[in-house]
Design a protein around this ligand. Structure first.
Ligand SMILES: Nc1ncnc2c1ncn2[C@@H]1O[C@H](COP(=O)(O)OP(=O)(O)O)[C@@H](O)[C@H]1O
Ligand SMILES: [Mg+2]
Length: 364
C-alpha cells in the first residue's frame, strides 16, 4: 500500500516540476534563480540559450562571469537586493544591451535566494529616446521660432540704420564704431537665420536635383582643406534618381555634417578618413546618405543633445552648436530624417534619409 502511494507520488512531482520548467521556458525574458554567491541555481531556456548552453549547464556558474562583467561589478542590482532583502526593479546596461531587471528574494536554503527576470528593452529604449528627442526638439523649435521672429524685426532695423549711418558719418572714430555695430548685427543675423532654419521657418525652394552632384559640389568646397590636412575622402555613390529638393539647403546640411566629421578626425589625432555613400532604397523610395568618419566618436551621454541649438563640445570661437540643429531643421523640412547610425571611439556615422517625392502641380 505504502509503495503504491510512493509510485503515484513520484511521477506527480516530476510532472509538476516539468510543467514548471515548461512554463518558465515558454517565457522569452531571461529568468534565473541565484544564491548570494551569484551562482545560478536554476534558469530558463532563454537565459541559457544566450550563452549557447543547456539550462542544466549553467547551474553553478556565476551570473557576472556568464555576462562577462567585471568582478566586483559596480552599481550591481544584485548587491542592492542582497543588502535590502527586498525586491529591486531597475534598468541596467550590459554590454551594448539595456535590460529591465526585476529581482525578488525567495526563501530557499539557509541564505535565501533571488529570482531574477531580465527583459531586453534595448529597442524599446532606443524608440523611447528617439520619441523623447523628437518632442524635445519640436518644443525647443517652437520657443526658438518665437524668439527668432521677435529679434528679427528690430535686428533688421539695426542693420539698415547702421548701414545708412556708415554712409552719412564723416568722423573717422564714429564711423569705426558704427561699423562695429553693423558687423555685430550681421553676426546676430546669421544666428537668427540658423535658428529660423532649425525651427523650419525657412521654406525650401525646390527643384529636381541629383544628390550625388550636390555632394560633389559640397566636397569641392573642402578639397583644399582636406589636402592640407592629409585627409582621405572616399565617395561610394550608388545609382540615385533625381530628387525634388532645395539644393542650397541640402548642400548646407551636408557641409555641416562634413565639417563636423573633419573636426572629429582632427581631434582624434590620427590619419583622417571620411566616407560619403549614397544608396537608393527602391522599396521605401528613399535616398540614404551616410557620412562616416574615423574621428573620436560621440560619447553616449551627449548623444541625445547634439541636435539641440547651441549645444557644442568645442571651445568658444570654434563651435557655435548651431550646425546640427540647422541640419536637423533642413532635413526634417524635406520630410527626411537624420540620425547617428553608430558612434564609437573608432568613429561616427551620420545617416540622412530623404524621401524621393515627385513635384506636385502647384510646385511647377
Ligand atoms: N562626426 C562627429 N564626431 C564626433 N562628435 C560630433 C560629430 N558631429 C557632431 N558632433 C558633436 O555634436 C556637437 C554639436 O555639433 P554642431 O551642432 O555641428 O555644433 P558645433 O560643431 O558648432 O559644435 C559637436 O560639438 C560635437 O560634440
Ligand atoms: Mg558643427
Amino acid at each position: 500500500m505504502a509503495d503504491e502511494c510512493q509510485d503515484d507520488w513520484v511521477p506527480e512531482m516530476v510532472r509538476s516540476q516539468r510543467q514548471w520548467q515548461a512554463t518558465i521556458d515558454a517565457i522569452t525574458d531571461y529568468i534565473f534563480v541565484t544564491d548570494r554567491a551569484r551562482r545560478v541555481i536554476r534558469a530558463n531556456k532563454s537565459f541559457s540559450a544566450r550563452f549557447q548552453r543547456h539550462p542544466k549547464d549553467v547551474v553553478g556558474l556565476r551570473v557576472d562571469e556568464l555576462f562577462g562583467l567585471e568582478i566586483p561589478h559596480t552599481n550591481c542590482l544584485l548587491d542592492r537586493a542582497f543588502e535590502s532583502r527586498q525586491s529591486v526593479v531597475d534598468e541596467t546596461v550590459v554590454g551594448a544591451d539595456t535590460y529591465m531587471i526585476s529581482i525578488f528574494p525567495v526563501e530557499l536554503g539557509n541564505d535565501g535566494a533571488y529570482v531574477c527576470v531580465m527583459k531586453d528593452i534595448t529597442e524599446m529604449k532606443a524608440m523611447r529616446d528617439q520619441l523623447y528627442n523628437t518632442y524635445k526638439l519640436a518644443s525647443i523649435g517652437q520657443l526658438v521660432s518665437g524668439v527668432a521672429h521677435e529679434i528679427n524685426n528690430p535686428l533688421t532695423g539695426i542693420l539698415g540704420f547702421s548701414e545708412l549711418l556708415t554712409l552719412r558719418v564723416k568722423d573717422e572714430m564714429v564711423l569705426k564704431e558704427v561699423e562695429k555695430i553693423h558687423r555685430a548685427a550681421e553676426r546676430c543675423k546669421v544666428i537668427v537665420e540658423s535658428l529660423l532654419c532649425f525651427s523650419r521657418q525657412q521654406k525650401p525652394h525646390r527643384s529636381l536635383e541629383y544628390i550625388n552632384d550636390i555632394i560633389d559640389k559640397t566636397i569641392d568646397l573642402r578639397t583644399y582643406w582636406h589636402k592640407s590636412k592629409d585627409l582621405d575622402l572616399v565617395k561610394e555613390y550608388g545609382e540615385i534618381p533625381m530628387i525634388f529638393i532645395d539644393a542650397q539647403q541640402i548642400q548646407h546640411a551636408i557641409l555641416n555634417i562634413l565639417m563636423n566629421a573633419e573636426q572629429a578626425v582632427l581631434a582624434a589625432g590620427r590619419k583622417g578618413r571620411i566616407t560619403i555613400s549614397t544608396v537608393y532604397d527602391r522599396e521605401a523610395k528613399k535616398i540614404i546618405i551616410t557620412i562616416a568618419d574615423n574621428g573620436a566618436g560621440i560619447p553616449d551621454h551627449i548623444r541625445g543633445r547634439i541636435f539641440d541649438p547651441f549645444f557644442t563640445t568645442k571651445p568658444v570661437g570654434e563651435g557655435s552648436g548651431l550646425g546640427l540643429s540647422m541640419t536637423y531643421g533642413i532635413i526634417t523640412e524635406h520630410g527626411g530624417t537624420i540620425s547617428v547610425g553608430s558612434s564609437t571611439e573608432e568613429g561616427t556615422a551620420f545617416i540622412v534619409e530623404l524621401p524621393v517625392v515627385k513635384p506636385s502641380e502647384s510646385d511647377i
